[in-house]
Design a protein around this ligand. Structure first.
Ligand code: HEC
Ligand code: HEC
Length: 155
């Protein structure tokens, strides 16, 4: 008898807790109910103007792919036929375009062989390098970078 009373009390308590949680429905980060279709993301302008006018953004840890400080909106999509990033950043073009050369690691393939230009695994630049948008952080965080100072090679 005592046991079943305790059990009932526990069940009642747990029901009350779930009710309390249901009443305090938190809003999800995507701003819509789980079952609702996703909102189209807001279209934001990238920060930065045309290449050659921007100051490189300080890196926050030593192996960070530097973020893209200039606008990229008007470039064609990177595909098999073309890669506009390479028009300025490749070993063959960077001096003429006064742009920083692609990272040294970009010339080495996964077997350790050195190539004259970016290897296939580095071809899709925007997989690692991202343009910047002036937007508030989605969640607060306390990350502090170690403010790596890496001078950009300009020629
Ligand atoms: C018209 C030439 C040009 C094109 C095209 C171009 N860039 Fe740049 N990029 C520059 C220049 C010049 C800088 C140096 C900053 C500045 O002066 O704006 C730079 C800076 C950068 C940096 C910062 C490097 C560092 O050490 O902080 C990254 C990363 C970068 N570009 C990636 C890209 C990617 C990815 C693309 C293609 C989506 C691209 N760039 C297309 C000229 C160009
Ligand atoms: C797999 C990730 C990855 C891809 C893909 C990639 N990068 Fe990088 N990039 C990095 C990292 C990490 C660094 C930091 C230095 C290094 O490792 O060489 C870097 C450095 C750079 C730098 C600065 C070089 C320096 O000496 O400081 C430039 C410019 C750059 N990348 C441009 C490009 C361009 C243009 C492409 C496309 C052709 C590209 N990267 C593809 C990860 C990547």
């Amino acid at each position: 008898m005592k046991y079943s009373l305790k059990l009932t009390a526990a069940i009642v308590a747990s029901c009350l807790t779930s009710l309390a949680f249901a009443a305090d429905a938190t809003t999800s980060m995507r701003g819509a109910d789980v079952a609702a279709p996703s909102h189209a993301p807001a279209i934001k302008d990238y920060a930065g103007k045309r290449p050659g006018t921007e100051t490189p953004v300080a890196r926050t840890f030593s192996t960070q792919p530097p973020v893209i400080p200039h606008a990229v909106q008007n470039f064609d999509e990177i595909n098999l036929e073309g890669n506009q990033c390479m028009d300025c950043h490749s070993a063959a073009t960077y001096q003429k375009k006064k742009a920083p050369k692609i990272g040294d690691s970009h010339f080495i393939d996964r077997d350790g062989n050195k190539h004259a230009e970016a290897t296939g695994s580095r071809y899709n630049c925007v997989q690692c390098h991202v343009p910047q948008v002036d937007a508030p952080p989605l969640v607060d965080n306390t990350f502090k970078g170690d403010a790596v100072k890496k001078p950009v090679k300009k020629n």
